[in-house]
Design a protein around this ligand. Structure first.
Ligand code: SF4
Ligand code: SF4
Length: 177
């Protein structure tokens, strides 16, 4: 991965413009599951991949014409949002069933606590515009993993930004159920 001013080559031939402090560090904190309390947007490749490991009619729902992993009410006090619900795949032990059992998770889950937008701010029509990456506003308040390690986000962008994002007409990530 090479860095040129603020543009970073994340995957071969795939650059993102970094809109956050390059000294930002992050390491996911085990006890925190905040970002798994929401419904997760599924890009079409994710939807097809998910079909190999889960029952889509049980695990997904549609909202405004887009596919999401469902939220469901959990019979537990931990690892749930204020309304007692969380992602369909968030297990009682706070681990993601997809990640733990299938070593895979939707692209949107890899991106958090970052967010992806496009150069002109019109996420519905990328039209070859640059992918910009910034820190999600809510993450500053809710994500316990910011600033807790020496791991600089900018040095590991390939782990946050799956290559599929560059193949999408609409790579914006800030959409929730
Ligand atoms: S799919 Fe897994 S990583 Fe993504 S929100 Fe659900 S539990 Fe969390
Ligand atoms: S909110 Fe941050 S620390 Fe918490 S599970 Fe998500 S990425 Fe990890």
């Amino acid at each position: 991965m090479s860095t040129d001013a603020r543009a970073v080559e994340v995957h071969p031939g795939k650059e993102a413009v970094v809109d956050f402090d390059p000294d930002l560090t992050f390491e996911c904190v085990e006890e925190c599951t905040w970002c798994c309390h929401h419904g997760v947007l599924l890009y079409e490749p994710d939807f097809l991949e998910l079909a190999n490991v889960a029952n889509l009619s049980e695990a997904t729902t549609q909202f405004r014409g887009q596919d999401f992993v469902r939220r469901e009410t959990k019979d537990r006090a931990d690892h749930v949002g204020d309304d007692g619900a969380a992602c369909f795949f968030l297990r009682d032990d706070g681990l993601c069933a997809l990640h733990d059992e299938h070593d895979w998770k939707p692209a949107r889950c890899s991106v958090f606590p970052l967010e992806v937008t496009v150069a002109d701010g019109d996420a519905t029509d990328r039209d070859g515009g640059d992918i910009h990456v910034s820190v999600r506003e809510e993450a500053h308040e809710h994500c316990d993993g910011l600033g807790v390690s020496e791991r600089r986000v900018v040095d590991h962008l390939d782990a946050f930004l799956p290559a599929v994002l560059w193949d999408l007409d609409d790579p914006e990530t800030k959409r929730e159920l």
